[in-house]
Write a protein that binds this ligand. Structure first.
Ligand SMILES: Cc1cc2nc3c(=O)[nH]c(=O)nc-3n(C[C@H](O)[C@H](O)[C@H](O)COP(=O)(O)OP(=O)(O)OC[C@H]3O[C@@H](n4cnc5c(N)ncnc54)[C@H](O)[C@@H]3O)c2cc1C
Ligand code: SF4
Length: 444
């Protein structure tokens, strides 16, 4: 057995008990009584600001009232009507920046109604019963191809299936779920929830998932357009940006997303090697998740280095505070300059930065940190555009996800205009499905 002080990158830094404790649910689920008490705090506002702040427009006061009146099944149906991945969103949504930030009780008292936990209470109740609260409409005779079984693709597939279409989902990975399965922090989605949710969602029927099928390798967009009535692309952002600094090829330098993917798929967390001194480069949720989970695996020192100030970080203040509370150091206004070490990373050299009129510049002052493991978390990129028009580095879409090619829609992280959140991907998949339906049935 190793310890947090064992040099280099090593597995088994903590005992099985410590790892179990570290990776349990971040927020314990509410029991019946706690849910009733939490629901009782809602004012059931007219023109509720929490609804406007929800990217999927869930009728929050209605579902909270349904919980308050002892009908969590009805509450779940209210949620699933708008967001079929309401169970995952209840676990991973940055509610502190969305519905709970907008809640009038947050404004008045600094303590919002616990919308996320109440949503989880309702959705878990129905999923535990194994019930699918939707039935399919009569078959339309249309077959739609969905590329990507992440939140956008699954949400689109479910809505299409409900509307009576048959759906084939092609996904590159061995399991469905996208980043729900391979990316979200392990302590936010425990007990194989992503896989259980995908199974439950597909229990509507009419959805066939074909795994390990890669668009651009095993299938082409031309073939899908020919063989299906419509195509929805929800393939996310599979590529990761390079650091492009001296020494970035050294052993121990890795992209954060693949580290998290390995962690999410590990049968035994103790077998996962982690550095004694870990430095994560980036300022988003990926950076926070890589840093926090390195710490939870037993790394002794973990630092997030971000090139701008705290307020510019895309990870919310809540996520930043979570990282700090786990013992992660946050270093602002510092950008990587070089990684030093003989073959393997041993130190990272960072240059301090200043911002002048929005432009970032190095100050010339540097700092060196011990780093046997360096994670890159500086953004992800589209891996294939399939010849579609782009808007910036994403597939250009208008209206409800229409791309430059007739009969092809896109949504979620791969499409322009979103904010790279699970809940936004769900909303865009749902809206594209409704638009596909209207188009196929001759409405548009
Ligand atoms: C580490 C990490 C942590 C995150 N944490 C949070 C969080 O806590 N809360 C939150 O709201 N958001 C979080 N996000 C963002 C969120 O996960 C994404 O916004 C969301 O998953 C986007 O959904 P999507 O369906 O568009 O794409 P994805 O979830 O990326 O799914 C895309 C799917 O397409 C498949 N695919 C890709 N290319 C191809 C191809 N060529 N052919 C076939 N299939 C393909 C992939 O295998 C994948 O299954 C996080 C992201 C990361 C990277
Ligand atoms: S804003 Fe807060 S109090 Fe008002 S309906 Fe929404 S959750 Fe309830």
């Amino acid at each position: 057995m190793n310890t947090p002080y064992t040099p280099g990158i090593a597995p088994q830094r903590l005992s099985a008990d410590e790892l179990y404790e570290n990776f349990t649910d971040l927020h314990a689920p509410l029991d019946h009584h706690e849910a009733a008490v939490a629901a009782d705090r809602c004012y059931f506002c007219h023109d509720a600001p929490c609804i406007t702040a929800c990217p999927t427009d869930i009728d929050i006061p209605l579902f909270i009232r349904q919980i308050a009146t002892g009908t969590p099944e009805a509450a779940a149906k209210t949620i699933f009507d708008m967001n079929i991945l309401g169970g995952m969103c209840a676990r991973v949504c940055p509610t502190e920046d969305l519905c709970e930030e907008a809640c009038v009780r947050e404004l008045a008292e600094g303590k919002p109604v616990e919308i996320g936990r109440l949503q989880r209470y309702a959705t878990d109740t129905v999923m535990a019963q194994g019930k699918m609260p939707f039935v399919r409409a009569a078959p339309t005779g249309h077959k739609v191809a969905v590329v990507g079984a992440g939140p956008a693709g699954l949400s689109c597939a479910h809505r299409l299936a409900v509307l009576g279409h048959d759906v084939v989902v092609f996904d590159a990975m061995p399991k469905p779920g996208g980043l729900n399965e391979y990316g979200i922090a392990a302590y936010k989605t425990t007990e194989d929830f992503a896989a259980r949710e995908a199974d439950w969602l597909c229990s509507i029927g009419g959805i066939e998932i074909r795994n390990e099928m890669v668009l651009g390798r095993d299938i082409a967009l031309d073939d899908l357009s020919r063989d299906f009535s419509a195509v929805f692309l929800g393939m996310g952002l599979g590529g990761v940006n390079a650091l492009s600094v001296e020494g970035d090829e050294k052993d121990g330098v890795k992209d954060a997303v693949s580290f998290i993917r390995d962690l999410r798929q590990a049968d035994d967390l103790a077998s996962l090697p982690v550095g004694r001194n870990v430095v994560v480069i980036g300022g988003g949720m990926t950076a926070v998740d890589a840093a926090v989970q390195s710490k939870l695996l037993g790394a002794q020192q973990v630092t997030i280095a971000y090139r701008r100030g705290r307020d510019a970080m895309s990870a919310s203040r809540y996520e930043q505070d979570l990282a700090a509370s786990m013992g992660v150091n946050l270093l602002f206004n510092a950008q990587p300059k070089a990684i030093h070490g003989n073959g393997a990373a041993a130190e990272i050299e960072l240059e301090f930065t200043s911002t002048d009129g929005g432009a970032l510049a190095g100050t010339g002052e540097t700092i060196r940190l011990a780093a046997d493991q360096v994670f890159r978390a500086i953004g992800q990129t589209l891996t294939s555009d399939s010849g579609l028009d782009l808007n910036g580095r994403k597939i250009a879409v208008t209206d409800a996800g229409r791309t430059s090619r007739e009969g092809v829609w896109a949504g979620g992280d791969c499409a322009s205009g979103g904010d790279d959140l699970t809940v936004t991907a769900v909303a865009e998949g749902r809206d594209a499905a409704i638009d596909i339906h209207a188009t196929l049935m001759g409405g548009k």
